[in-house]
Structure formats: structure tokens, C-alpha cells
Design a protein around this ligand. Structure first.
Ligand code: LIP
Length: 269
């Protein structure tokens, strides 16, 4: 089957819109099937599972034979090879916000070819905001091409971040924040990595960092952020991954990177 990024984005858009509609309908009807995963605060709901099931069944119909990796049901843990496509889905990124009825959660769906994300969509079911990108084709929302912040002074950067579900990791992350907060304008914690990356892509925040993200949290949002001009990396020369994700513009990247290294932001439990 075709692996043209534009065609993959078309598939992703249709599937993500259907998935977002289901997520919103189920929220409106009331959250059910609440369970926990890694800790008592790491929740999953019937909607997370139903939305992922819908995404996977839709992709099976539209793109039979493609691999899929999802947060709730797993699947293709490794990137595809030989030009094959792997879809990476977070059915509801920002599940705690979803649980509380806070309008900051998203369906995140990315298409990856030979380990490189080439198309992605992040859609907020509540606001209808939808961010898209294909590799080399820019990042877009509402017909507008996105460009990231041009902020050049670290002390004037508004930075989004997030925290893990494990109390020991949160204690370490709190210590990191105590080092970062005095050096920047302010911190924002919205609760959904995919949306944080999209907000950085459109300059609504100047940068974003977080430790512990899974591929499904960052696959689509990471491409959108890159296509909007942000450097998206790990720390110490690593690529973005579960160990760390940093998204910042060229002007502040090095100073913020070094501050995060000094604070041992990618360390700890
Ligand atoms: C969430 C991430 C967020 C992080 C949360 C949680 P989930 O993903 O998007 O950035 O700070 O702890 O991991 O669990 O809602 O899919």
C-alpha cells in the first residue's frame, strides 16, 4: 500500500476525527470503566480502550497489514522496516484531564515508516483544535502554518512540562523544577504531552520538556513541533525518547539543554 506522507495523513485525519467524536460522546455520557495501571493515579477508562479499539479496527479496514502500536492494547513494539508503515496511537492523551472533565486531552495518531514519523495528527475532541504535519510539509492548524516561538532569552521563556505517575519520579521532577523555575518566565503543566508539543509548535509556550514519555505520547506531537521549527531531542546528544524529550527553538535550546543537564532532568527513578 502507498506510504506517501500526504496519503497517510489523510487516513490519520479521518480515523482521528472519528476517534475524537467517540471520546467526546463517551465523556458526555459519563466516565465508566475506571481502572489503574502503573500506580493508583495512572488511570485508564472504558473510553481509552473503546477509542483505541476504534482506531485499530479503522486502520485494519483502511490499511490492512500495517502495524499498529497503541497505549492500551500494545501491538508493534518495534518500528517497521522495508518501507512498511507502523501507526502509533494514544487514544486519549491526558486521561486524568479526561477523568476530571478538563478540556485538555487529545487523540494522537502518527504514521511511521522505517522508524521515522512521516505524518501525524493531534486532535482535541472538546475544542475541535486539530494540529497536523507531514515531514517536510510544515505544521498546520486551522489552515495556518505554524511557527514556533522566537524567544531568545531563557529568562523570558514560558515552558510546558509534565510529571510521571510514580511518587519517587515526581519527587525528582520537583527537584528539577526547583532548579529550572527561577531561571525562566514560568512553567505550565497542562497534562497532555501531545498538546504540550502542539502548543510549543504554535508558540503558545516557548519550549517543552518531560521525562518518561512513551512513543504514543510524543510521536505525532513531536513531528508537529519539528515541522514548526523546534529542535526535538533528548539530552546529552540522545534522540527524543522515554528517557527525555526537549522541544525548544534554536535560540534558547543550548542554554535550556545545559540547565536541564545540570538539574539531572533525565536522571532519577
Ligand atoms: C500523560 C502525558 C503527560 C504526562 C502525564 C501522562 P496519558 O499521558 O501526556 O505529558 O505528564 O503524566 O503520562 O497517561 O494521559 O496518556
Amino acid at each position: 500500500m502507498a506510504t506517501e506522507p500526504a496519503e497517510l495523513l489523510t487516513v490519520a485525519l479521518g480515523v482521528a476525527r472519528e476517534a475524537a467524536d467517540l471520546a467526546l460522546r463517551m465523556r458526555t455520557d459519563g466516565v465508566t470503566g475506571i481502572d489503574t495501571k502503573s500506580t493508583i493515579t495512572d488511570v485508564v477508562t472504558a473510553a481509552d480502550k473503546a477509542v483505541e479499539d476504534l482506531v485499530k479496527s479503522s486502520l485494519q479496514q483502511l490499511r490492512p497489514g500495517d502495524a499498529v502500536l497503541g497505549e492500551e492494547t500494545g501491538g508493534a513494539a518495534e518500528p517497521s522496516a522495508g518501507g512498511a508503515v507502523r501507526w502509533i496511537v494514544d487514544p486519549i492523551d491526558g486521561t486524568v484531564n479526561y477523568l476530571y472533565g478538563l478540556p485538555q486531552y487529545a487523540v494522537s495518531l502518527a504514521a511511521e515508516v522505517d522508524g521515522v514519523v512521516v505524518a501525524g495528527v493531534v486532535r482535541n475532541p472538546v475544542t475541535g483544535q486539530e494540529w497536523t504535519a507531514v515531514r517536510g510539509g510544515g505544521a498546520w492548524r486551522a489552515g495556518r502554518r505554524l511557527t514556533c516561538s522566537a524567544q531568545r532569552e531563557l529568562g523570558l521563556t514560558l515552558i510546558a512540562t509534565g510529571f510521571g505517575y510514580d511518587a519517587r519520579r515526581r519527587a525528582h521532577q520537583a527537584a528539577v523544577i526547583s532548579r529550572v523555575l527561577p531561571r525562566v518566565r514560568d512553567i505550565r503543566r497542562f497534562g497532555a504531552a501531545s498538546l504540550d508539543l502542539c502548543l510549543a509548535a504554535e508558540g503558545a509556550v516557548d519550549a517543552y520538556f518531560e521525562k518518561g514519555l512513551a512513543a504514543w505520547d510524543r510521536a505525532a506531537g513531536g513531528l508537529i513541533a519539528e515541522e514548526a521549527g523546534l529542535r526535538v531531542t533528548g539530552l546529552r546528544g540522545e534522540g527524543p525518547g522515554r528517557r527525555f524529550v526537549l522541544a525548544a527553538n534554536e535560540a534558547v535550546y543550548e542554554e535550556l539543554h545545559d540547565l536541564l543537564v545540570e538539574a539531572d532532568a533525565d536522571g532519577g527513578p
